[in-house]
Write a new protein. Structure first.
Ligand code: F6R
Length: 258
């Protein structure tokens, strides 16, 4: 795992956008996350599109997850959120932005067909990830199988609490989601996880330095051949090897610099 510690959340976004821009230039298949963390990265990519001509016209995108039962046009559906925050502002074809269908009555079939669609597209080249305060990625809550496919999951009460800020009240947060599984996420060729703020510090320590375990689903990054974790100083607070990560980052061979 490559762990990059940057001074601020804005620096995390700049670095992440630089990495994603490299893939966009190749016409890659992008795996997109929602939530607060990637918003600044999306804003930087939108700026690069407007001011530097960065094009996404050859790209495809797959979202990590979707609430079950929320109409697509609901302001908080991830279908709407990713368009509002990112893809409406760049030149990717809307038909090439895919998300799990949280309205299909048979969620097992919906999960299977989403995994098939990802595979048929040639797979995800770079998967952007946030991490929950409880260590979830996508909505693979603690206890998720490390090999899981896209499927229905019940949100952890902590996640409902964390996401209540996007809704009028915690009661309005849907309790179920269709999420890419940890097996699905692991098939992406490059995993790029971002975390900012001290609320994420325990999860960052657990995912990078704790055991690989269903208790911390984000720890699957330790098993991945190409995983990059970018955190700000606040989220890096609990890392025990932070001095070594900084040293390795500063002494990277030139061909490994982003
Ligand atoms: C969102 C997702 C979640 C979030 C995580 C962190 O598509 O899959 O795993 O990445 O809950 O959310 P924020 O960034 O809001 O702290």
């Amino acid at each position: 795992m490559e762990i990059l510690i940057r001074p601020t959340a804005a620096d995390v976004a700049t670095q992440a956008a630089r990495i994603l821009a490299h893939y966009a230039r190749e016409g890659a298949t992008l795996g997109l996350a929602t939530g607060s963390t990637p918003v600044a990265t999306y804003q930087e990519l939108i700026r690069m599109h407007r001011e530097e001509g960065l094009s996404f016209a050859q790209c495809r995108a797959f979202l990590l997850d979707e609430y079950i039962g929320l109409p697509r046009e609901h302001e908080q559906s991830y279908y709407r959120t990713i368009r509002r925050e990112f893809t409406e502002h760049i030149d990717i074809e809307d038909a090439n932005v895919h998300s799990p269908d949280g309205l299909l009555p048979d969620s097992d079939a919906a999960g299977r067909s989403y995994d098939e669609a990802i595979q048929q597209s040639g797979g995800v080249d770079i998967q952007l990830l946030g991490v929950g305060t409880n260590g979830h990625v996508g909505f693979n809550e603690p206890g998720s199988s490390l090999a899981s496919p896209t499927r229905l999951k019940t949100l952890h009460p902590q996640t409902v609490k964390d996401n209540a800020r996007f809704f009028d009240s915690a009661d309005d947060v849907p309790r179920h989601v269709l999420t890419q599984g940890l097996g699905t996420i692991s098939r992406a060729r490059h995993l790029l996880l971002l975390a900012t703020g001290e609320g994420k510090a325990p999860a960052v320590h657990a995912l990078a330095e704790g055991p690989v375990s269903a208790h911390c689903p984000a720890s699957i990054l330790q098993l991945h051949p190409h995983a990059t974790v970018i955190v700000d100083e606040a989220a890096a607070r609990d890392l025990q090897e932070s001095e070594y990560y900084r040293y390795a980052d500063a002494n990277k061979p030139s061909w490994q610099r982003h």
